[in-house]
Design a protein around this ligand. Structure first.
Ligand SMILES: [Zn+2]
Ligand SMILES: [Zn+2]
Length: 349
């Protein structure tokens, strides 16, 4: 039986923390469940999940659906699309069975790329390698979870670029149903016409195809919609992330839009220690404390203040104790509530 290999290449950078990654986790589980009850998919579809932040990782190696168990998704620092693509191409080279005189190989693999941000690295050489070696021998569908500004870059990888408007839990459900429908129709079409690639119809409210022939007159690519701060719990030593979303409020002053830049707390989330393995070497970017609205309690131990900055530059939680110990550098010290703004190291998003 010829296999139809499906690869998910999924961005797990910090801006995905919280609801988005939880929705992706549930969505992938729903896809697997749907495919398990589909006779065509059961026979032909094999699935692999690759994640990338600052570093890439094979979360689930290529395997058939019957034995597939949906994984938990980690979160990492940074968005290295080039390393994600590089790792995908390595897995494709390793796993795809080519057709020879002796044997019929795999059907053309299908890659679903989900990303929500702007790459924090240079993607040019990875894109060139993709075009030269894989653009014709694989089908890629790139889905932007975030700003449309980024879609012109994705358009260099594939003609199938879609923009997903992740407005609520229902839209996620519809989106993942669309993915499993697309896999089902593709697994049927390998049998009938051999092309093995057919996307299900999209509902434009949730998911729209990007017209790549239109010039992108968008603002330059930068990921400024979120500020994510990485911290460590003083008591449990576990890392956690604090996510702030950009405040969209603007003041119109005499016909001129005045944007006061600020970010409002969305939540604080414990993450696994693999966060550091999946992160880039640290790049110093700063945000002023004055731009941040709200401070969370520690999501790991419940300490009342989750945003104390040590003199080493790292963030941790503090409680009622007279003297705190920084879980990053081991320094002991007392903290007062500072007045005025101070700079805080941002994670990369
Ligand atoms: Zn804590
Ligand atoms: Zn410290």
């Amino acid at each position: 039986m010829r296999r139809l290999p499906i690869y998910f290449l999924i961005d797990i950078s910090e801006s995905m923390v919280g609801e988005p990654i939880q929705q992706v986790e549930e969505g992938l589980a729903a896809i697997i469940q749907a495919l398990k009850s589909d006779p065509y998919a059961l026979e032909t579809v094999w699935i692999s999940i690759i994640v990338f932040a600052g570093q890439p990782k094979t979360l689930v190696p290529l395997q058939e659906i019957v034995t597939f168990y949906p994984p938990r998704f980690p979160i990492g620092g940074g968005t290295s699309l080039s390393k994600g693509l590089g790792h995908l191409m390595y897995e494709l080279r390793k796993n795809i069975v080519k057709t020879t005189y002796e044997q019929k190989g795999d059907w053309k693999p299908i890659v679903f790329l989900f990303t929500d941000g702007v790459p924090t690295d240079d993607t040019a050489s990875a894109i060139t390698e993709w075009k030269q070696n894989w653009q014709k021998s694989a089908n890629m569908v790139a889905i932007s979870f975030g700003d449309e500004a980024y879609t012109s870059l994705l358009g260099q990888l594939t003609y199938n670029v879609l923009h997903f408007k992740n407005t609520n839990a229902q839209s996620y459900k519809e989106f993942f149903r669309w993915v499993s429908d697309s896999i089902k129709t593709s697994s049927i079409s390998v049998d009938s016409n051999g092309s093995g690639f057919e996307l299900a119809k999209t509902d434009d409210d949730t998911l729209s195809k990007i017209d790549l022939t239109k010039p992108a007159d968008r603002k330059p690519a930068y990921d400024d919609n979120f500020v994510v701060l990485a911290a460590k719990c003083q008591n449990t030593k576990r890392p956690y992330l604090m996510k702030y979303a950009r405040n969209l409020a603007s003041n119109n002053f005499g016909g001129v839009d005045l944007y006061t830049k600020s970010y409002r707390l969305t939540g604080a989330f414990p993450v696994d220690n693999s966060y550091f393995e999946l992160a880039d070497a640290k790049i110093d970017t700063k945000v002023s404390s004055e731009e941040l609205v709200g401070a969370p309690t520690c999501p790991c131990c419940g300490n009342p203040y989750g945003l104390a900055v040590c003199s080493c530059g790292n963030i941790h939680c503090i409680g009622e104790e007279k003297e705190s110990t920084c879980p990053w550098c081991g320094n002991r010290g007392t903290y007062g509530i500072g007045s005025g703004g101070f700079d805080i190291n941002r994670a990369q998003g």
